[in-house]
Write a protein of this length. Structure first.
Length: 277
């Protein structure tokens, strides 16, 4: 066993605790109970009072005080017509209603594929109230591998699909992570996106998908460091592979991997399929 295995295992266990705590947050992904597009004329929607519409650039909600809707930000009742405007991929926790405190359900306004949609986040959702952690594989120290980062001269925007067939996405590839896996004699190349402070994220398929794991997962690394030979390297820890929200709810619009981010390998590490819906 690697001499640092105990320390790696302890760090992974802290990571898992933080991950499960984050998933169980109020009005998080486990509370989603609907996704519905707004029409161009005022109309009722499922699960939410009021009449809703969009003219393509602005969303409108008309409700009476008796409907019980209040603004998330201020708690003021909605009595009349209110509006909001978002850019594509933006979201707003806009209004709330229900329950003893009037906050059982929070309504999220979202702009996806340049169309307005609503998602309801219900604090009594059984997926949320019954959550006791994401199932994972046992820790695999052999699936913590060193990877070389080969940056592109400029980022490349690659069109991709998402968990919602009506919503397309874009993967901004900033370069490739090149690495080897135990038992394989060839190199793997995964296109990466850049996150805050230079960290990298890769979204990938592997041969456990649809059997033990969801259809795709993602794993993040620290910012690449420069080694003694001038190579940019990162530690790629597949034990930290996590599910996208769409693994927990049918109402996500999570990005699929780019075409070539498929591994001919069983990554039996990280999060398994939660099987919650």
């Amino acid at each position: 066993m690697h001499p640092d295995s105990d320390a790696l295992l302890a760090r992974w266990q802290r990571f898992r605790n933080s991950r499960n705590t984050a998933l169980a947050s109020d009005y998080g992904w486990l509370t989603l109970t609907s996704f519905q597009w707004l029409e161009d004329k005022p109309a009722a929607v499922e699960l939410v009072p009021g009449r809703w519409s969009s003219d393509g650039t602005t969303a409108y909600l008309t409700a009476a005080a008796a409907d019980g809707l209040t603004l998330v930000e201020t708690g003021e009742p909605v009595d009349g017509t209110i509006i909001a405007a978002l850019s594509d991929e933006e979201s707003l926790l806009w209004v709330q209603y229900g329950g003893e405190d009037g906050r059982q359900v929070v309504v999220e306004l979202a702009m996806r594929a340049n169309r307005y949609a609503l998602r309801t986040r219900d604090s009594t959702s059984p997926v949320f109230t019954g959550f006791d952690g994401v199932p994972t594989f046992d820790y695999r120290p052999d699936l913590v591998v060193e990877a070389t980062f080969l940056p592109y001269p400029e980022p490349v925007d690659v069109p991709i699909g998402t968990a919602n067939p009506l919503v397309g996405g874009v993967h901004r590839s900033v370069g490739e992570l090149v690495f080897r896996l135990p038992g394989k004699d060839h190199e793997f190349h995964l296109q990466a996106e850049e996150e805050k402070l230079g960290a990298l994220t890769v979204t990938f398929h592997d041969e456990t998908n649809g059997e033990l794991t969801d259809e795709w997962r993602k794993v993040s690394t620290a910012r690449p460091r420069v080694d003694s030979l001038g190579n940019r390297t990162v530690s790629l820890d597949f034990n930290r592979a996590i599910n996208y929200p769409s693994a927990f709810t049918p109402y996500g619009t999570c990005p699929m991997p780019v075409k070539n981010n498929s591994l001919d390998y069983r990554i039996e590490a990280g999060e398994k399929e939660p099987g919650l819906f």
